[in-house]
Every structure is written in C-alpha cells, then in structure tokens.
Design a protein around this ligand. Sequence first.
Ligand code: OOG
Ligand code: MG
Length: 265
Amino acid sequence: MDTPAYSPDVHRALAKHLDDAMREGREVERLTVAYPNLNLGDAYLIEDEGVRLREARGERVIGLKMGLTSRAKREQMSLNAAIYGVLTDEMRVAGTFSLKGAIHPKIEPELAFRVAAPLSGKIDRAEALRAVDLVYPALEILDSRFVGFKYFSLPDVVADNCSSSRFVLGEGVAPPSDPDALAHLELRMEAEGAPVQAALASEVSGNPLQSIVELCQILAERGRALPAGSIVLAGAATQAVPLAKDMTVKLGIEHLGVMEVRVLE
Ligand code: OOG
Ligand code: MG
C-alpha cells in the first residue's frame, strides 16, 4: 500500500466532506483536483474515517464490497484495478426502498458470499470456498458523490467508499463443492420486465471466488484480515445501469434463484 501523502487531519476533513455530500444529496468535485498527490494509501484511510463517521451514528459494519473486478466495470469507469469498500447494516435494504436523497443512482448485478470463518493473507479459491457458507444473488445500488459520476481516479473512488450506497441480497444458498461451478452461472438483470444486462459469473475475475482472494490480499497489504461472518459482494459482472423512481429490477442467477427490488420514490 502507498505511503500516504497527506496527514490524518486531511483524511478526516475529506471524509467529513464526502459524508456531508452524501447526507445532503449533493455532488462535489473529485478530491484529486485539490489534492493531486492523493494516493491509495490516503484513500483507504479516508474510507476508514468515513466508516468511523457512520459508526458514530450507530451503523454497524457487516461486510465488504469488491469493485472493478470485471472488464465491463473497468471499461465503464475507465479504471483498472480491484478496490474494496465497506458495507454497513444501514446500506442493506430489502424488497422496496426509497431513492430520496440519492444523487445519481445506478444498479448492477452481483454475487455475494457470507464468509463464515475468518480469512487472511494469501489464500486460493478453494480455501475461500471452504470459508463460505452462503452464496446470494445480489444487486448493488451505487451512488458516487462526485460530479457526473465520472472522471474520477482510483484514489477518488476508494475515498468515496467505492461509490457505495445500498445493496440487496436474495435468498442465500449453500455453495457448490466445486469452486469452478460458480464461474459458469449466468446472471440476468431485467428492468421493467425487459432484459438490460447479462453475463457469466466468470466475468468477475474469472470466478467470483477470486474476489475473496483479492480482497484478502488488499486487506493483508493494510495489515488486516476478513472477519468471520462478513458479507462480501464480489463486484458487478456487467456495467451498472441508471436507476429511477418506480423502477422494478429483477436479477436471476442460475441455481441461486431470482430476486426483485422496487424503487418507491
Ligand atoms: C465503483 C464501484 C465499483 C463494482 O461492482 O465494480 C463496483 C464505481 O463503479 O463507481 O461496485
Ligand atoms: Mg458493485
């Protein structure tokens, strides 16, 4: 991990700046305009400070999300490395939810895992699978705090907790015993009854289990581990699509089932 270029005071101030923008539903300029030396070391510390602000309001960390793990997403955002963000209990929604206060929300199809045993350091896909007790179809609702949801750098998006907003988990099922089986599942996302995105799970780093492997690597670079009980979003298999009020979005994943969410307002 990069040695931070800025001080803890700057990290705290930037975390507060992004947290205010989120709570007030307004866009702000990407951080690297005013802080051009901002690197990934700074960005993860700003992300941590943002999580501290959420925890101070009573939110509880329940997992992590991997981002930019598919070619489609890297191309959509013009960024090319996997990153992680933090998920709290308040971000998890079910069935229906409101977009009130959202800036420019998008939705994307994912697979998620519950990691029942702690994981750390250099692991392989088989070890990741042994720790997983549930696999879920999942939809992530993104909402960048940056102007136009574009033209930001990797440190910008990490500082902004990887554009996270909300996520929805379908019914969890026990994982297959063969790690390769997960790669062959097809994800199909529909909006208003019409197909909008489809891809094989192998689009996510060759196999969504690879997201757990890479998450553990980034955590290890930061001297951290993945706690038992964590929910892990593997990253979108396709590009994200804009989300609007009254929209119904459905995700079907072979063998995992179908889930649906509806935006209320
Ligand atoms: C970054 C978040 C990426 C994913 O699944 O790839 C992400 C962004 O798109 O702004 O959540
Ligand atoms: Mg995502």
